[in-house]
Design a protein around this ligand. Structure first.
Ligand SMILES: [Zn+2]
Length: 384
């Protein structure tokens, strides 16, 4: 820039590895930002910048999109903080997966969605109670599934409700799983939204559950080490492959007790990647073993998933599924909002799964987070 010229760009992130699966970009490039918008992605942009941020050796990613978490703090005992466990760790948009039900949704909207400087949507629990306390299954009284309440809440809040959630574990649904699942699918069908189904400790093998699901419905906890998972020995069950082929989606949803490195390693070796790579962060796991979405990503990369595939499943894929791509989430493109997460791979650390096993993997640490161009103050990894 010569003295008499004004800089073209407010800020340029220089020389990072830009991974934007939406556009197929995976190259060392600059990202230029003006105000709230990405002005350009390309080479040699730093000469025209008022401020240059050196990103060499780092990944420059679209702001992360968390497809499955629990952030209904203070009302639900399950809720983790939206800031320290999410936004300040590189997540700019997130879907709460069933923490709120119809009877608590107004509080979710007022206490979480509206004040949080992050884009939040949800899968509404089919039980009006929502997931308020892990100790008491929200559908043990099957009358808490009130279709009219769920439908009305979804219809009145289309900016937030992007699907429904049912937990099918035995300690949540008791003997009524089949009836409750069918009712939930009817609600989802009527609303024109997907149903997310939590597996792990279901009473029946997974293929029996999969038979009920429609294209676009999601199976959460696909790498669970609990009984009735996706594997038979080293192989992915044929019924799981068939369900995927007809459009049923799979969400990794780490959680306190639903990521087994052994299951994930075998499934990844067979090319079975989740459609959504999510953390399932909650009050009981955000200080370990889950920590955050970046840590969940680093675990699956260490188990063999290529980084670009992991990034796609924590950016553009959940953004599309949640209808957030229309708002510019999940991608890095000129003219779009400046949602950016810059990540540095640190020295390897020991990371635990949910089954008592551990691996050594480089941590992914956010060094710069922009949400709509606004810089977010990051926090260090909780495991240190
Ligand atoms: Zn969950």
């Amino acid at each position: 820039m010569t003295e008499e010229q004004n800089p073209v760009y407010d800020r340029v992130l220089r020389g990072g590895t830009v991974i934007d699966p939406a556009s197929g970009t995976d190259a060392v490039l600059d990202v230029a930002i003006n105000g709230t918008t990405i002005a350009a992605v390309g080479g040699g942009l730093a000469a025209d910048a008022a401020e240059v941020v050196d990103c060499s050796g780092k990944w420059v990613l679209p702001g992360l999109v968390e497809g499955h978490t629990h952030i209904f703090q203070y009302v639900s005992k399950v809720g983790a903080p939206s800031d320290d466990a999410h936004l300040r760790r590189g997540v700019v948009a997130a879907a709460d997966a069933g923490t709120a039900g119809a009877s608590t949704f107004a509080a979710f909207r007022k206490l979480v969605v509206e004040p949080t400087p992050m884009r939040i949507v949800n899968f509404l629990n089919v039980s009006v109670l929502g997931l308020i306390d892990f100790r008491f299954g929200e559908l043990m009284n099957p009358d808490t599934l009130v279709p009219d309440d769920a439908l009305e809440t979804a219809a009145c809040n289309p900016d937030v409700v992007r699907g429904f959630k049912i937990r099918l574990s035995e300690d949540v649904v008791g003997d009524n799983w089949q009836m409750l699942l069918k009712k939930s699918l009817q609600v989802a069908e009527q609303a024109g939204l997907p149903l997310m189904v939590h597996i792990g400790e279901t009473s029946e093998p997974l293929p029996i559950v999969l038979d009920h699901l429609r294209p676009g419905d999601l199976v959460a906890h696909c790498y669970t080490g609990k009984k009735h998972g996706i594997l038979d020995g080293d192989e992915v069950l044929p019924a799981v492959t068939a369900a995927r082929e007809r459009g049923v989606l799979f969400d990794s949803a780490h959680g306190k007790s639903n990521l087994s490195f052994e299951v994930a390693r075998r499934a990844i070796a067979r090319g079975f990647y989740p459609d959504v790579l999510s953390s399932d962060t909650s009050a009981r796991n955000w200080q370990g073993p889950v920590f955050d979405l970046l840590t969940s990503m680093s675990k699956l990369v260490a188990l063999g998933m290529p980084p670009t595939e992991a990034v796609a499943r924590a950016t553009v894929r959940p953004a599309r599924l949640l209808g957030l791509d229309a708002e510019g989430y999940g991608r890095l493109e000129a003219g779009g909002p400046a949602h950016v997460t810059v990540v540095e791979e640190t020295e390897p650390v020991v990371l635990p799964d949910a089954s008592g096993n551990s691996i050594s993997a480089p941590r992914l640490e956010p060094t710069l987070v922009l949400h709509g161009g606004a810089e977010v103050e990051t926090v260090p990894w909780r495991g240190l």
